[in-house]
Each structure stands twice: as structure tokens, then as C-alpha cells.
Design a protein around this ligand. Structure first.
Ligand code: CA
Length: 229
């Protein structure tokens, strides 16, 4: 089997070399790159299975790259993990809004980075599978076709907005969604959803889900996720 190619976009040579060394040792094929403006071309010629993307890069920064990669249907599904410096929380949130799948704060241990990479790669099939599939998260069942939610087999009545938020989060257990991204996904059906009202919706949702309410976790300073399977 071909080793899984990982594009490492990082302008600090020491970090880039270190990351590539550990990736190669772990059985991946690391593809190093030091400039942001060479990413799109590289992805076209040598498609990676995952991209490690530094935020501050010469040529084109990580945010802009994330947006460009997500906009293009050819590259929209390639998982992206952002590499950020401490104290760049705003950038992290922005990165997640732009479609990054996860982020790792520098300095990081190679072990942590590898475990994040493996976790993101494991989730990829779930991302590609159909929207209408019935989702099971422990005691919780979500049937998008019927717009039906059950906890331990008992039907739970949700509003359309609550259903959409739950469905969005449950499609990718373990993935963090910022409030902004939630708003963006469920916007404007029964009433205008705002940043703040997402919090209110989540409170209501947890209450209605009873014992399964704990499946929705708050990620401080970032947003919400459904507990990983
Ligand atoms: Ca940098």
C-alpha cells in the first residue's frame, strides 16, 4: 500500500523538518512546503490525503488558503489541520469557520500531532457518507429522512432549528463547530438564528434530549461538538 501523503506547509524550517521526520517515521509520506502561494499548485500535482497548514506563511496565509481549498470542489474534502501559535484563539475560530477540521497549538509534541492526524483521517469516511443516513450516537438516534430523534427509543419532539443543529453536530462526532458555523448551517428557516441564540438553542436541545443531553459538549472559547464515538 502507498503511504498516505501529508502536505506539511510550514515556513519555519526547524518545525517543518521535525514534523516531516516524525511523519515519515510513522509511515506517512511527508511532502514539505515552505510557502503559502505554492500550496494550490502542489495539491493539484501531488494530491495529499491531509494538509497540515501553518497560519502565518509567506506568499499566502493559512486562512486564505483554507478558504480557497474549501471553495474548490476538487479540494473541498481534503482534511486540513491548522498549526497555530499560542494566543491565536481568534485565528483558530476563524480557521474552523473557514473549514479547517482541527487545529494544533505550537509548540506541540510529535505524538500529539500524530494522534490528531490519525483521528482526522479516521473521520473522513463519515464525512463523505450520505446526509440521509440514520445516525446513532449511543442512546441517541437521528433519522434525517423522517426528521425524527429518539433517545433510548423514545421519540423526542424538536423544533426545526434544534433538529438542524443536532444533525449538523452529530454528522461528525468529535468535530468542533463554532457558533458562527452553526448559524451559517441552520440560518433562517423558522426564525433568524444568531450567535447568541445558538447558545439558547443548545440549552433547550440538551434539556429535551434528557440523558443524551450530555452528548453535546461545549468547547470553551470555540463552540460545540457531539461527543466522539
Ligand atoms: Ca509561520
Amino acid at each position: 500500500m502507498e503511504p498516505r501523503r501529508i502536505l506539511v506547509v510550514e515556513d519555519e524550517k526547524d518545525i517543518r523538518d521535525l514534523v516531516c521526520y516524525h511523519l515519515d517515521r510513522a509511515g506517512f509520506a511527508a511532502d514539505p512546503l515552505g510557502r503559502g502561494d505554492e500550496v494550490i499548485g502542489r495539491v493539484k500535482t501531488r494530491r495529499p490525503e491531509l494538509i497540515l497548514l501553518d497560519l502565518m506563511l509567506p506568499g499566502l496565509d493559512g486562512r486564505e488558503l483554507c478558504r480557497l481549498l474549501r471553495e474548490n470542489p476538487d479540494t473541498a474534502t481534503i482534511p486540513i489541520i491548522m498549526l497555530t501559535a499560542r494566543g491565536e484563539e481568534e485565528d483558530v475560530i476563524h480557521g474552523l469557520d473557514l473549514g479547517a477540521d482541527d487545529y494544533v497549538t505550537k509548540p506541540f509534541s510529535p505524538k500529539l500531532l500524530l494522534s490528531r492526524i490519525r483521528a482526522v483521517l479516521r473521520r473522513v469516511p463519515a464525512m463523505i457518507s450520505g446526509e440521509e443516513e440514520i445516525l446513532r450516537i449511543r442512546a441517541l438516534t437521528i433519522d434525517p429522512g423522517r426528521h425524527e430523534v429518539r433517545v433510548d427509543g423514545e421519540r423526542v419532539e424538536l423544533t426545526l432549528t434544534e433538529f438542524k443543529i443536532l444533525h449538523l453536530l452529530a454528522k461528525r462526532p468529535g468535530w468542533v463547530y463554532s457558533r458562527y458555523r452553526i448559524v451559517d448551517a441552520v440560518r433562517g428557516e423558522d426564525y433568524p438564528v444568531t450567535d447568541r441564540s445558538v447558545d439558547v438553542q443548545i440549552v433547550g436541545l440538551r434539556k429535551k434530549l434528557g440523558g443524551s443531553g450530555k452528548e453535546i459538549e461545549t468547547v470553551r472559547g470555540v463552540g460545540y461538538r457531539v461527543r466522539a464515538l
